[in-house]
Design a protein around this ligand. Structure first.
Ligand code: UT7
Length: 333
């Protein structure tokens, strides 16, 4: 009998039905399909109807996960929501989601780690399961990025989409589950990817709105270089300290921010195409949603089976860096 680990026992996801293509964005900003495809790998993304909050898309993903596991929300102990687009600054989206789900005995909180949010939340949730404190933890990555996009800024608005994913963590001792993680923060990265207004440093005023400071801003080139370096570094670290190498990886599931970042990490890890999930063409960058959505794509394509060794990796605003080593437990799909 091996150590009790947090196993992923269900996966749910949701993207809103409205598809926005690169051609659609050509009508809004000075951009073109060729630039977006070749610089990012994105062909389309999904958008919510305006006014749809993050808790709503998270709700769909959670219900999907619970349905697939065949349990009710009243069995949940804890709900962790990773998001940078909470319904409001407070209460936490986890509280609003707890109510919508009817998860009567669950407590919950939000995690703010941008594109690394899902991995931070996943490994946090795993601690509660491994210590025996909880038996059913729902980890959600959800973002309505359209609520913070500036549709006058072509450098950012073409990159993102809306979407949500949720996984259920439960204890198990069959050797599968979250095996290890390594996370980093480099707060000196703040100026390169941020939303300046709306917090205590720059409370929202008429002036901040006029200056469009309530939208996401990015210095893409700087973030790109950091992401290329760190995505590979964190992946190799979780492998090497477990005596593994790229050759032991069955599937590499990376945050989907730019196809060129994923390709560079794939090359460093020495992985063939069939061991790397890429779905950025369909969804764009959904921030906390990308990794569970990518796991969903892997299941859709029959590329994920019980016992597989997975490396999950992310780089995001903060800067935040996340890495996790997972032995896949198998889920109903
Ligand atoms: O998920 C969180 C972490 N985020 C990331 O990992 C994103 C990392 N960064 C990136 O993915 C890339 O830096 C971008 C895709 C954002 C940008 O690609 P790039 O190759 O770094 O382009 P750039 O920002 O250096 O811009 C190159 C040119 C510029 O024109 P000039 O100055 O060379 O004349 C931009 O103005 O491309 C121009 N440009 C565009 N052109 C058409 C920028 N955005 C667009 C656009 N359409 N949408």
């Amino acid at each position: 009998m091996s150590k009790v680990r947090a196993r992923i026992t269900a996966l749910g996801r949701y993207v809103p039905p409205r598809v926005v293509t690169n051609a659609d964005l050509e009508k809004l900003v000075d951009t073109n399909d060729e630039w977006i495809r070749t610089r990012t790998g994105i062909r389309q993304r999904h958008y919510v109807e305006p006014g749809t909050p993050t808790s709503e898309i998270a709700l769909h993903a959670c219900r999907d996960a619970l349905h697939k596991r065949g349990i009710g929300a009243d069995e949940l102990d804890l709900i962790i929501v990773a998001t940078v687009t909470p319904d409001m600054l407070f209460p936490a989206t986890a509280c609003l989601l707890q109510d919508k789900l009817g998860a009567k005995k669950a407590w919950g909180f939000d995690v703010s780690a941008a594109c690394s949010g899902f991995l931070y939340a996943l490994t946090m949730g795993a601690q509660f399961v491994e210590t025996g404190a909880h038996r059913k933890v729902l980890v959600v990555g959800a973002d309505v990025m359209t609520s913070i996009l500036d549709f006058q800024d072509r450098a950012t608005c073409v990159l993102f989409g809306d979407g949500a994913g949720a996984v259920l963590l439960e204890p198990g001792d069959d050797g599968t589950g979250i095996l290890d993680f390594s996370h980093e923060v480099d707060g000196s990265g703040e100026p390169y990817l941020h939303m300046v207004a709306g917090g205590s440093r720059r409370p929202t005023t008429r002036e901040t709105v006029d200056q469009r400071l309530h939208f996401v801003r990015q210095e893409g080139g700087h973030v790109f270089k950091f992401a290329v370096r760190k995505m590979a570094e964190i992946s190799l670290r979780v492998l090497e300290r477990n005596g593994l190498s790229g050759a032991d990886v069955d599937l590499f599931v990376a945050h989907q921010a730019n196809i060129r970042i994923i390709d560079a990490a794939q090359q460093r890890l020495g992985l063939p195409d069939d061991k790397v999930i890429k779905n950025i063409d369909r969804y764009g960058n959904t921030t906390a949603g990308t990794i569970p959505l990518a796991l969903g794509t892997a299941l859709d394509e029959g590329r994920l089976k019980a016992g597989d060794t997975l490396v999950l990796a992310s780089v995001g605003a903060g800067f935040t860096v996340g890495g996790a080593l997972v032995k896949w437990s198998g889920v109903n799909w």
